[in-house]
Design a protein around this ligand. Structure first.
Ligand SMILES: Nc1nc2c(ncn2[C@@H]2O[C@H](COP(=O)(O)OP(=O)(O)O)[C@@H](O)[C@H]2O)c(=O)[nH]1
Ligand SMILES: [Mg+2]
Length: 290
């Protein structure tokens, strides 16, 4: 992804005794369209340009300039990463801890919720999943199937019921029975659809979540960034889950996290309940530098 940038900065460096900010700006400007086409949003390219220029300014080009350039980019990317949030930390919090998940249909919301539920349960925590996806009967049934297969408790309301009302009932049940984690699945939505946005806002208002998680599909490419923007505007995002990285690799979670300024809570790495992994920014940076 950044191969050309590394090559160009290295070869510009080779002509001069030391790099200058101007030289770095020039290289970034000449490659801007290419970087954007590769999936880096323009605002991110600007921030990266600034951080790399700061690091290379006045540095002598003797020795191994390719390595110096790589290190500058690596360090610049690291400095732009938001703080992290790991499942392990959440597994240790005192309950009740409430999480609402949202995102487009088919991104892997329901499976991700059950993965997280099982992760917490395997660590001795009491977990309830609530299905507030009452629109499509198939959605609730599918979540129910996942929960049953994973041995996770689930609450669902009647089909077609108001999702906020179902969330309210499920939450009260969970609180009165001493559940420590309440994970709420919501209907997949498109940001063009105002009713569904209103509905999601209502669920969030009723649940008062400790964490609002946007689930995105690692294979969805640049549209992931639009999804981050529109959901953040609609209800606010605290963290991301990026699924299907077993197919897509680590560029999407890295770019989505840099763009949105939100940590990646975990990655979906396959279709079974144990297929989840921490997001390691350093590994992802190595991945895009390669
Ligand atoms: N390979 C792979 N497939 C996944 C992953 N997460 C979800 N899926 C698949 O994506 C499809 C949609 O998942 P689902 O949880 O129903 O999505 P939802 O509509 O957002 O609730 C299912 O076939 C899942 O098995 C993942 O991390 N890797
Ligand atoms: Mg679903």
């Amino acid at each position: 992804m950044l191969g050309r940038l590394i090559d160009e900065l290295t070869s510009r460096g080779l002509v001069k005794k030391r790099w200058s900010k101007r030289e770095v700006y020039r290289v970034f400007d000449s490659l801007e369209l290419e970087l954007v086409a590769q999936g880096l949003p323009p605002a991110l390219v600007d921030r990266l340009r600034e951080e790399v220029a700061k690091r290379l300014d006045g540095v002598e080009t003797k020795g191994d300039p390719g390595r110096v350039v790589r290190e500058a980019i690596r360090s610049a990317l690291k400095s732009l990463m938001p703080g992290s949030l790991k499942l392990e930390e959440i597994a240790g919090v005192e309950g009740p801890y409430k999480v609402v998940f949202f995102g487009f249909n088919g991104v892997g919301k329901s499976l991700s919720i059950v993965k997280m539920a099982k992760y917490l349960q395997d660590r001795g925590r009491r977990v309830l999943v609530i299905s507030a996806d009452t629109y499509r009967a198939a959605a609730g049934d599918q979540l129910e199937g996942y929960c049953r297969a994973a041995g996770v408790q689930m609450f669902k309301g009647p089909r077609g019921a108001d999702p906020a009302a179902v969330s309210y009932d499920g939450l009260n049940m969970a609180l009165s029975r001493g559940y420590e984690f309440i994970l709420v699945d919501t209907a997949g939505r498109n940001y063009m659809n105002r009713n569904l946005t209103e509905e999601l806002r209502k669920v969030v208002k009723v649940v008062e979540p400790d964490l609002k998680v946007l689930v995105v599909d690692g294979m969805a490419g640049n549209d992931v960034l639009n999804q981050c923007d529109s959901f953040d505007e609609a209800v606010g995002i605290d963290a991301l889950v990026v699924t299907k990285v077993d197919g897509s690799g680590l560029a999407t979670p890295l770019v989505a996290s840099l763009h949105s300024g939100k940590p990646v809570l975990f990655l979906g790495t396959g279709q079974s309940f144990s297929d989840l992994a921490d997001f390691d920014p350093e590994e992802a940076i190595d991945y895009i530098l390669a």
